[in-house]
Design a protein around this ligand. Structure first.
Ligand SMILES: [Zn+2]
Length: 491
């Protein structure tokens, strides 16, 4: 097994080079070249017709919506869209591909030369090139298990045949498993914002292959690359790349050489297995698809797609940080989905302090949801409830301790914040004399801290405020308390 035997010094001698190929199913109502429903989960072999089965004489007709989505995705990842692209046949035999070829694009894809910017661990930005985005159709599915006779038979579900896909190929610009993970996260986020795909990895709407090689640092040429196929979560992509880097370094350190091959990730064992070597690899004999004319996109078509582009996550984060005074880390969480960002923004605009809404949403509510293993949309506390809580805090009408208690009740009883607040109406001590009595007690009990404070350590005011707040069971009015504590200590 690799990893364990490699010292950090050995690992540091090498530089990994990673490129990613991502297949994305487009969210059109019908398939790429016929009118069959493009729908996951239908009964097997019900959404099929002569065109997607490739029966003799059937002719493909290109789905205009698929072209719109592919163009939108291309623009969102900063690609140059080709005015004229060509569909090509990619020939190979496989039981789940009854046509014997896939309609794809080869040397003239719809889009090229794009990039996305990916945040790095040190807080910077790294630009990752995108070689191309091309359109193609999906194949059907071979089902190897789940049937009583699965040991001896394979079943075929051809519903997926002809599902519109785009394949997005990155430049070999990625250098670490973490960068690859970040790239995929940002790419998926962009695709979700443009709403061209649901990017559901469990259902196979987004699939990822990783090309991994290593070279001695400073070397000009890339090492021999290995393709890790069909990894079904971003976490596994990171693990598979990590494994593959270490495996390759170990082979080279032992005096061996890397075979160019495809490997499969086995999540249960946490390792990759050789699938086929390049010698056995397909020669796809690409040639232009004779049944489809070149795809020509007019300037007007491109203008319309450009106009449809939503504000993309990166731009949105930058604007929200500026507009709402958010911490960058919070901005990432808030913009993770367009829908969540929309809800937050709509709520934040009605609040006295949007930053406080973000804080409560992510820490108080988010923390409780995390602890219970719930999603945001399962939260008992609505956005409006969070706004009310934030405003009450902002106006010193409740203390943060009282707020925590109210949120606890919300989560215990599954009730929204406004209802709980109305019923519980936590009392605040705004009577100066009552607070002064408590402050006097705390001051009398902590002569050492009083001495330090009066010697100049004024930050200790927080200590006294905290003590009195605790004595008041969180009911002291924070602003009044602060003022009185300072006055007493000074006096
Ligand atoms: Zn069909």
């Amino acid at each position: 097994m690799p990893a364990a035997s490699l010292s950090p010094e050995v690992l540091a001698k090498y530089e990994p080079v990673i490129g990613l190929e991502v297949h994305v199913q487009l969210l059109t109502a019908s398939k790429a070249f016929c009118g069959c429903a493009n729908h996951f989960g239908s009964a097997p072999n019900t959404n099929i017709c002569p065109v997607c089965l490739g029966l003799p004489g059937a002719l493909p007709v290109l789905n205009a919506r698929a072209v719109e989505f592919a163009t939108l995705a291309s623009l969102a990842i900063n690609c140059q869209v080709r005015e004229r692209s060509i569909f090509a046949r990619k020939n190979y035999f496989y039981p789940d591909l009854p046509k014997g070829y896939q309609i794809s694009q080869f040397d003239k894809p719809i889009a090229e030369h794009g990039y996305i910017d990916v945040p790095t661990a040190d807080g910077g930005i790294k630009r990752i090139g995108i070689t191309r985005l091309h359109m193609e159709e999906d194949a059907g599915k071979s089902i190897h298990d789940g049937f009583s006779d699965s040991a001896t038979r394979t079943y075929l579900d051809l519903n997926r045949c002809g599902t519109p896909l785009v394949e997005i190929v990155s430049e070999p610009d990625l250098r670490t498993p973490d960068e690859a993970f970040e790239y995929l996260t940002r790419l998926k986020e962009i695709l979700l914002y443009t709403a061209v795909s649901d990017c559901n990895m469990e259902e196979g709407s987004l699939r990822c292959d990783a090309n991994v090689s290593v070279r001695v640092k400073g070397a000009e040429r890339f090492g021999t690359k290995v393709e890790v196929k069909n990894v079904n979560s971003f976490r596994f992509v990171r693990l598979a790349i990590e494994y593959e880097i270490e495996r390759q370094i170990e082979v080279i350190e032992a005096g061996g050489s890397i075979r160019q091959e495809s490997r499969l990730w086995n999540a249960a064992e946490g390792r990759t297995y050789s699938m086929r070597s390049k010698e056995q690899a397909h020669d796809y004999r690409y040639f232009p698809e004779p049944d489809l004319p070149p795809l020509v996109l007019t300037p007007e078509f491109l203008e319309q797609r450009r106009a449809e582009l939503p504000e993309l996550p990166e731009a949105r984060r930058a604007r929200m940080i500026a507009e709402f005074d958010l911490a960058p880390k919070d901005a990432f969480t808030l913009t993770a989905s367009r829908e969540f960002a929309d809800r937050f923004e709509a709520a934040a605009r009605t609040a006295r302090s949007p930053r406080r809404v973000a804080n409560l949403l992510l820490s108080e509510v988010g923390g409780r949801l995390n602890a219970l293993g719930l999603d945001q949309d399962q939260s008992p506390v609505s956005m409006a409830g969070i706004v009310l809580a934030a405003d009450l805090l902002d106006q010193d009408k409740i203390s943060s301790k009282q707020l925590k208690q109210l949120f606890d009740i919300c989560f215990e009883k599954g009730e929204d914040f406004p209802a709980v607040y109305d019923r519980e109406k936590p009392q605040q001590i705004t009577d100066s004399s009552a607070l002064e009595a408590m402050i006097d007690q705390v001051i009398a009990a902590n002569p050492k801290q009083v001495e330090q404070y009066r010697a100049g350590k004024t930050s200790l005011v927080g200590f006294f405020v905290g003590q009195v707040m605790r004595a008041s069971k969180g009911q002291a009015n924070p602003a009044l308390l602060n003022e009185l504590v300072t006055r007493k200590l000074e006096g």
